[in-house]
Design a protein around this ligand. Structure first.
Ligand SMILES: Cc1ncc(COP(=O)(O)O)c(C=O)c1O
Length: 337
């Protein structure tokens, strides 16, 4: 039986043409800033995000950490959704390494708004941590951030002298789904990270985008954190390939997610909220089974899934074609619950 892997969009393997691009990459020592492929990728990142500069970092986690470290600063707090990746999936790095206290706020589907943030800032008193940053994750749980919310968050942050960081690990999914450009999303944040290694299909890496002054500091911090890579043009070439060839096709992942969601919604044993399926991530529950039991049930049918936020999670991705998605739908219909 063919295994159909919806655990994450990080499981994708580089395609033949991507590997070819990596093979042919021009390289140099990037710690000397002499790697032409890295320089090209960073210039693309700056252009796409509308920021002055971009920096190639090893991972989304490193991009988030550097942003918190520089923009939030030690002994200060960052406001984020209580579903945020920086709170749940980064091993406490904001506190452990950046010295930053993340404060998770309840928000519908994890989407913050000015109304939710209003009044959350600490008063300026010497024995209280300063609230110095707001973090938004776009997409969060597969949902793109509404522009209205971002405008309100930006205004709130500016009024309180706070920075805004956008964890745009999947900002291209948001952009393809909504038609809002990555540049526009970026305009509401001081710093924006996006991952090349998720829906875009590259094996490694993220771009951290901001103004020139921030990126100069980020370059030093990246080195401090062990992220100064040498001939990393081989990896950058995969990122360049991904940005050139794998952005528009995200629409196919979104259609596959819709197909799965529609099938699941027709199963009398399933609970799913179709309104939350907008990009490549969907959540559902199986009546009478815990999320872990549900994942095991699906695995028996050759469908790999994960659990997140107390539900079963499927993530469509570059390695799962439309045909494989149809096959997964048939297997879901055949599940004996
Ligand atoms: C929303 C979000 N932010 C950040 C990350 C971290 O990315 P990385 O795994 O490259 O560190 C992930 C990874 O899954 C993510 O989903």
């Amino acid at each position: 039986m063919q295994i159909i892997d919806f655990r994450s969009d990080t499981i994708t393997k580089p395609t033949e043409p991507m590997r070819q691009a990596m093979y042919e990459a021009e390289v140099g020592d990037d710690v000397y800033r002499e790697d032409p492929s890295v320089n090209e990728l960073e210039a693309m990142g700056a252009e796409i995000s509308g920021k002055e500069k971009a920096l190639f970092v090893t991972s989304g986690s490193m991009g988030n950490l550097i942003s918190l470290y520089i923009n939030c600063t030690r002994g200060c707090e960052v406001l984020a959704s209580d579903m945020a990746h920086i709170i749940h999936h980064e091993i406490g790095a904001p506190a452990a390494i950046a010295g930053v206290l993340p404060r998770g706020l309840a928000a519908p589907n994890g989407i913050l708004s000015r109304q939710i943030l209003e009044g959350q800032e600490k008063p300026v008193v010497y024995d209280l941590q300063r609230t110095s940053m707001v973090e938004v994750e776009n997409t969060i749980g597969g949902l793109p951030y509404p522009v209205e919310n971002l405008k309100g968050i930006r205004a709130y942050a500016s009024e309180h002298d706070m920075k805004v960081h956008m964890d745009g690990a999947r900002v291209f999914n948001a952009s393809v789904a909504t038609g809002v450009s990555v540049k526009e999303y970026g305009s509401y944040a001081d710093t924006l990270t996006f991952c090349l290694s998720k829906g875009l299909g590259a094996p490694v890496g993220s771009l951290l985008c901001s103004d020139a002054d921030f990126i100069e500091k980020a370059l030093k911090l990246r080195k401090m954190l062990g992220g100064g890579m040498r001939q990393s043009g081989i990896l950058a070439a995969a990122g360049i390939y991904a940005l050139r060839h794998n952005v528009d096709r995200l629409a196919e992942d979104h259609e596959n997610a819709q197909a799965l969601a529609r099938t699941i919604s027709q199963m009398e044993w399933a609970t799913i909220d179709l309104s939350t399926v907008v990009t490549n991530i969907l959540f559902f529950s199986i009546r009478g089974l815990t999320p872990d039991q549900g994942v095991r049930k699906l695995a028996q049918a050759g469908i790999l899934a994960n659990t997140d936020y107390g539900r079963i999670r499927l993530v469509t991705n570059l390695n799962v074609s439309r045909q494989m998605t149809r096959e997964a739908c048939e297997r879901i219909k055949g599940l004996k619950i």
